[in-house]
Design a protein around this ligand. Structure first.
Ligand SMILES: O=C[C@H](O)[C@H](O)[C@H](O)COP(=O)(O)O
Length: 215
């Protein structure tokens, strides 16, 4: 799958235009995008990063990382996903970067999602759904997740997000109404964000392959 990730990441460069400030996601697929972006870094005005991990890789390449508060809306956001359905709705957050990813996706006109073929599903939920939670609300949120969804939340022990929060991964879900589930889980006090990207799905999905599939 590494080769598929590389092919997807490199294909996403086609969406980068001169003078853009590019939103950059997180993960192993995005790492290939960042490496490819480095080759054209003089053509862009900079980037906005969704994680400390991506910031380090961008800066290692000498690519400028800007504060979203100073850039205004972005034209383009490129990020990976853990699952993608035929409607371009996603599960994200396997790398615990979901909250900043959601913020940048919302701030962007076009969200290009780069995945390998194993990420494609008909119904979201095989991959445990990550939820970022304020630490003191962990048990409360877990109980409400069980009540609202019937899923099994598991604390990602030892993981602290870039925002100082914890992550619950919800197992045994079959998400037939992604917008409804996203909305319901967002209402629980203590939930910072839900790794379902249904209200703001991707605009373009690139599935790595020879040639890449774009839909
Ligand atoms: O929090 C992490 C992100 O949502 C990633 O984009 C997602 O986990 C996919 O990562 P990878 O490209 O490494 O499979």
């Amino acid at each position: 799958m590494t080769e598929a990730k590389r092919l997807a990441g490199e294909r996403a460069i086609d969406y980068v235009e001169d003078g853009m400030i590019v939103g950059v996601g997180t993960g192993s697929t995005v790492a290939f995008f960042i490496d490819a972006l480095a080759r054209i870094k003089d053509r862009i005005r900079g980037t906005v990063s969704s994680s400390e991990q991506s910031t380090r890789r961008l800066q290692m390449h000498g690519i400028e990382v800007l504060d979203l508060n100073s850039t205004g809306p972005l034209s383009l956001y490129v990020d990976g996903a853990d699952e993608c359905d035929p409607h371009k709705r996603l599960i994200k957050g396997g790398g615990a970067a979901l909250t900043r990813e959601k913020i940048i996706a919302e701030a962007s006109d076009k969200f290009v999602c780069i995945i390998d073929p194993a990420k494609r599903v008909d119904v979201l939920g095989r991959f445990p759904l990550p939820i970022e939670v304020v630490p003191m609300a962990r048990s409360l949120v877990a109980r409400q997740i069980v009540a609202k969804t019937g899923g099994q939340p598991v604390w990602r022990d030892g993981v602290v997000t870039d925002n100082g929060n914890v992550v619950l991964d919800v197992h045994n879900l079959s998400i037939t109404d992604p917008v409804g589930v996203e909305t319901a889980l967002n209402q629980i006090p203590g939930v910072v964000s839900v790794g379902l990207f249904a209200r703001r799905p991707a605009d373009v999905v690139i599935v790595g392959g020879e040639p890449p599939l774009v839909f």
